[in-house]
Design a protein. Structure first.
Length: 304
C-alpha cells in the first residue's frame, strides 16, 4: 500500500506516461508543476490558454515546451472547453485545472454534451500526507458536493474506494464523520452514517469497510477510540474521512494544510477520465502530487 507522496511519484514513474491537458496554463506554479512532472517522466502535456503568455512564463521557470504543445485560447472558459475536448477526443488522458475559476473549469467538465460525465456523482478527494501519521489520509468531499444526500454519499464512497484501490489499498477503511460518535435523531449526519455503515454490511457498498458516525478524534486516534470504548475496525485507523458537507470538508482541508503542514494532492472522481482539481493557491509540489495521483488513476482505468 502506498503511504507517502514520494511513493506515489515513484509508482507513477514506473507507468507509461500519460498526456495531461491543462486548462489556462499561463501561471508560474502550474508550469513549474508541468516541468517537475516532465522531469520525473510521468506525463506529457498539452497547454491551453494565452500562447504568448505561456511561452513567456515557460521561459521564466525553465520549462522547455514545444509551440505545438500549446493551443491558443482567448479566455479561461474556452481554454477549459478545449482541454476537456482533448480528453474526449482521445488526445489526452487527464484534464487539469490551471489558473481558472473552479466554476468555469467544472462547467466544461460537467457539460452534458461535451463534458466528461458518466452518470455517476462526481466527487472531490483531497489526499494528505500528515506529519506524524503512517499513512495517507483521504478527505472527501471538501470541494464539490455542497450538501450531499444519503444516495450521493454512497456514490462518493464508491468513488473513493476505487481511488484507494489504485493506491494499493485493497480494503480501505472509511469513517463517516459527524460531530459525535453516537446516532442522534436530531443530527442528520449521524443518521446518514448509520445507514451507510449498514449498506456496507449488507453488500450495497463494496470494496472496503464503512462505519460511523465518528467524531474526528475517534476516526484517526486509536487512543481516543479506546478511551471512548468504541469497537470498530475503522476506529482510530481510518484511511478515508467522509465529511458531512462542503463547509466541514473545506475547513478540515485548510486546517490540515495551514495548521498541520500537510502535503496534499487532489482529484475529481467519477468522471470518464481523471480530473486534477487543485486550488489556485496550492504549491507546485501539490500540483505535482495531484498529477502523479491522476497518472495512477489513468493507469487503473486502463488496467495497468
Amino acid at each position: 500500500m502506498i503511504k507517502t507522496f514520494e511513493e506515489v511519484v515513484k509508482r507513477a514513474e514506473s507507468l507509461p506516461p500519460v498526456t495531461v491537458a491543462v486548462a489556462a496554463a499561463a501561471d508560474d506554479d502550474v508550469l513549474k508543476a508541468v516541468k517537475d512532472a516532465k522531469q520525473h517522466g510521468i506525463a506529457d502535456f498539452l497547454l491551453f490558454g494565452d500562447r504568448e503568455k505561456i511561452l513567456e512564463l515557460a521561459g521564466k521557470v525553465g520549462l522547455d515546451v514545444s509551440p505545438s504543445a500549446i493551443v491558443d485560447a482567448p479566455n479561461e472558459a474556452e481554454a477549459s472547453r478545449l482541454a476537456v475536448a482533448a480528453v474526449r477526443e482521445g488526445k489526452a488522458d487527464v484534464v487539469m485545472k490551471g489558473m481558472v475559476q473552479t466554476a468555469d473549469f467544472l462547467r466544461a467538465v460537467l457539460n452534458k454534451e461535451a463534458g466528461l460525465r458518466t452518470g455517476k456523482v462526481l466527487s472531490h478527494v483531497a489526499t494528505f500526507e500528515i506529519p506524524g501519521y503512517d499513512r495517507l489520509i483521504h478527505v472527501t468531499d471538501p470541494a464539490l458536493n455542497v450538501a450531499p444526500t444519503l444516495p450521493e454519499k454512497a456514490q462518493i464512497i464508491e468513488n473513493v474506494l476505487g481511488y484507494c484501490h489504485s493506491l494499493g489499498n485493497d480494503n480501505p477503511k472509511v469513517a463517516v464523520l459527524g460531530a459525535v460518535e453516537v446516532v442522534n435523531p436530531n443530527m442528520q449526519p449521524t443518521l446518514d452514517a448509520a445507514a451507510l455503515a449498514q449498506m456496507n454490511r449488507r453488500g450495497q457498498i463494496k470494496g472496503g469497510i464503512v462505519d460511523g458516525p465518528f467524531a474526528l478524534d475517534n476516526a484517526v486516534s486509536v487512543e481516543a477510540a479506546e478511551h471512548k470504548k468504541i469497537s470498530s475496525p475503522v476506529a482510530g485507523v481510518a484511511d478515508v474521512l467522509l465529511v458531512p458537507d462542503i463547509e466541514a470538508g473545506n475547513i478540515l482541508y485548510k486546517s490540515l494544510v495551514y495548521f498541520a503542514g500537510a502535503k496534499i494532492g487532489a482529484l475529481v472522481l467519477g468522471a470518464s477520465a481523471p480530473v486534477v482539481l487543485t486550488s489556485r493557491a496550492d504549491s507546485p509540489e501539490a500540483k505535482l502530487y495531484s498529477i502523479a495521483l491522476a497518472v495512477l488513476q489513468a493507469a487503473a482505468k486502463k488496467g495497468a
